[in-house]
Design a protein around this ligand. Structure first.
Ligand code: GRF
Length: 203
């Protein structure tokens, strides 16, 4: 299963994929890592792992569509089976999403459908929620709204702030995201009429 992974920042989720491939828990091949930010540390993580990297600076493009068209064209050069958004902080156009229908995943740092959008951990703390977490989902045209595949929940502790909570959630992200990709690699996970279907029959 050939992966292309898109990052914008530190790339800790990317690192969990790199580690999963090298320890054999993720039977996939990371063909390339793209970032919209040339200085994203995630690109350094990829380069350190000997993975091809491409930076496409979105500020150099006239429109969202023009950026997405260039990104798609360069991604399709690798002919991925699955495209992974891992801390990729760009809203993608319908054209991009349609091009990768059923083979485009994202991880969102909340227990969707709660808290789509930004500042998810602060919002959970402010709401007095007992838990927070992360959701791996298929990407559809609805921002942060695609069918959920797997979630992880963590307690919100007394005295928590957004940073402490984010760290606790990230630890779980690094478990559930490669797991979802592994299910896809095993041919057990698919998007069908806007639902995520996981085949649970033992291999
Ligand atoms: C994570 O909280 C992830 O849920 C969100 O981006 C944040 C940073 O991810 N999508 P990473 O460390 O760059 O993988």
């Amino acid at each position: 299963c050939k992966l292309v992974i898109l990052v914008s920042g530190g790339g800790s989720n990317l690192q969990s994929f790199i580690d999963g491939v090298s320890n054999g828990s993720l039977t996939a091949d990371i063909a390339a890592v793209f970032s919209n930010r040339p200085k994203a540390f995630g690109l350094e993580r990829a380069a350190n792992a000997g993975i091809a990297t491409e930076a496409i600076d979105h500020t150099l493009f006239e429109s969202r569509e023009a950026f997405d068209a260039e990104l798609m064209q360069r991604i399709d050069h690798y002919a991925p089976d699955l495209v992974i958004l891992a801390g990729f902080m760009r809203i993608l156009t319908p054209g991009f999403v349609q091009n990768y229908h059923g083979r485009l995943l994202n991880i969102h740092p909340s227990l969707l459908p709660k808290y789509p959008g930004l500042h998810t951990h602060q919002r959970a703390i402010d709401a007095g929620d007992p838990q927070a977490g992360a959701t791996v989902h298929f990407v559809t045209e609805e921002l942060d709204g695609g069918p959920a595949i797997v979630q992880a929940a963590v307690p919100i502790e007394a005295g928590d702030n957004a940073d402490l909570l984010a760290k606790r959630v990230l630890t779980q992200e690094h478990i559930i995201y490669p797991l979802a990709a592994q299910w896809f690699a095993e041919g057990r996970l698919r998007l069908e009429s806007n639902s995520a279907l996981l085949d649970n029959t033992p291999l």
